[in-house]
Design a protein around this ligand. Structure first.
Ligand SMILES: Cc1cc2nc3c(=O)[nH]c(=O)nc-3n(C[C@H](O)[C@H](O)[C@H](O)COP(=O)(O)O)c2cc1C
Length: 382
């Protein structure tokens, strides 16, 4: 099919999928457009690059089932606060219950305002959710992985190894396969905490946390980096310090000290993309692959993150908009968001990949365009 025929098909697919997005839309895209949307997260191959970031939308099995039915590629479970064998949590201040969330406009985009923090039910309940996630992953329906916030000490204090040991071992048992796939969250709210005032302290966490976790189980580890309250150069230093992780999720929300809340929207994607494109002083940040997060509200933004090295993306806000904000008329919010991200005729993933083909900046290989070919060479094989 020529590039212009593909565009005509795209306009039709966009219209008809408003009512019903096929679960296996990635296979349809491959057959119809000869576009391979495959992405990667934490070393796992994905049918397409779009997943859900940790938060209030991955708290229970019902949400995961809906995401699996919609054809989402992966989901990160809500962050649980680590504990030791006695149930003590050094980061207990993060296990806060707060129900009210407000979806609102900020700088021309959307943001969710919420003052809660981590998982606020029992650790046993969380292990139940991890077992359900494992079953979905094994059945090939949805890759769903846990997320943890472990103890982070002050500069001259030791790590509380009992928390790392107890929590990691319990998660590995619930996952019941090796390696355990795990995200470690350095929360955005942490950026507003006095603990985050010291650059050396943050760099030490990023350097030492991988081995604190790996001491207790075979883990493939993603570290979700916060947006610290320092300059872009420091974000790059954080990436370099975190080279012991297998993947980096870049970067969690910004912090508004006046309102005392974390936020997203265009300011977040602007900063993240600027930092990812920032020239590095030395070598690349080592081996971790990258997963983008932050105001991903169109296929065009997925492509921008990919061009800077991200082999997948994880979204939260776009899955939480008022129904009238989606072009689709039927389906779950996950389906409606996927429909817009992939099939929107001007800014959707297919449209932007075809646009790049027409401009000569993305070439077919074996007759197909490949999403992963958007990545710079150094990231393509990670
Ligand atoms: C209400 C809410 C709760 C969140 N909770 C967590 C969390 O527990 N752990 C975490 O790593 N990220 C959390 N996040 C961050 C999201 O996973 C995501 O990375 C971030 O919001 C940026 O993506 P977005 O602009 O698409 O929302 C949360 C975000 C929101 C809006």
């Amino acid at each position: 099919m020529s590039n212009s025929d593909s565009r005509a098909s795209l306009a039709k697919d966009f219209e008809r999928f408003k009512r019903d997005l096929p679960r296996d839309f990635a296979a349809h895209v491959r057959d119809t457009y000869r576009i391979d949307l495959s992405g990667r997260y934490l070393g796992e191959s994905l049918p397409h690059p779009i997943g859900k970031g940790s938060g209030q939308l991955s708290l229970n099995t019902g949400q995961l089932e809906t995401d699996a039915d919609a054809g989402l590629a992966f989901a990160v479970l809500k962050t649980v606060i680590a504990q030791d064998g006695e149930g003590t949590q050094s980061m207990a201040a993060w296990a806060i219950h707060e129900t009210r969330m407000k979806v609102e406009r900020r700088s021309g985009g959307w943001t969710v305002t919420w003052k809660g923090r981590g998982w606020d039910r029992s650790f046993e309940d969380y292990l139940g959710l991890v077992r359900a996630a494992r079953d979905l992953a094994r059945a090939g329906r949805l890759l769903a992985v846990p997320s943890v916030k472990y103890h982070l000490p002050r500069l001259h204090e030791p790590f509380r190894f009992e928390e790392y040991a107890f929590t990691t071992r319990a998660l590995a048992r619930a996952w019941d396969a090796s390696p355990l796939l795990l995200e470690k969250d350095f929360s955005p709210t942490l950026a507003g905490d006095a603990l985050s005032d010291e650059k050396q302290q943050i760099l030490r966490w990023l350097e030492e946390v991988p081995s604190c976790i790996r001491d207790h189980a075979a883990v493939r580890l993603a570290m979700k980096l916060m947006n610290a309250r320092f300059d872009d150069g420091f974000q790059r230093e954080m990436m370099e310090a975190a080279a012991g992780a297998d993947a980096l999720v870049v970067f969690n929300r910004l912090y508004d000290p006046t309102l005392g809340v974390a936020y997203g929207g265009p300011e977040l994607s602007d900063r993240n993309l600027r930092v990812l494109g920032f020239p590095t002083a030395g070598a690349d940040p080592g081996k971790p692959s990258l997963c983008g997060t932050g105001n991903i509200s169109s296929g065009r933004l997925i492509v921008e993150y990919a061009l800077l090295g991200c082999s997948s993306v994880q979204l939260h806000t776009l899955f939480q908009l008022p129904l009238e904000a989606y072009p689709a008329t039927h389906g779950s919010r996950t389906q409606r968001a996927l429909h817009a991200l992939v099939f929107e005729p001007r800014d959707g993933l297919i449209a932007v990949m075809l646009e790049r083909e027409a401009a000569g900046s993305l070439a077919r290989r074996g007759g197909e365009l490949h999403f992963l070919d958007l990545l710079p060479d150094a990231y393509r094989s990670r």
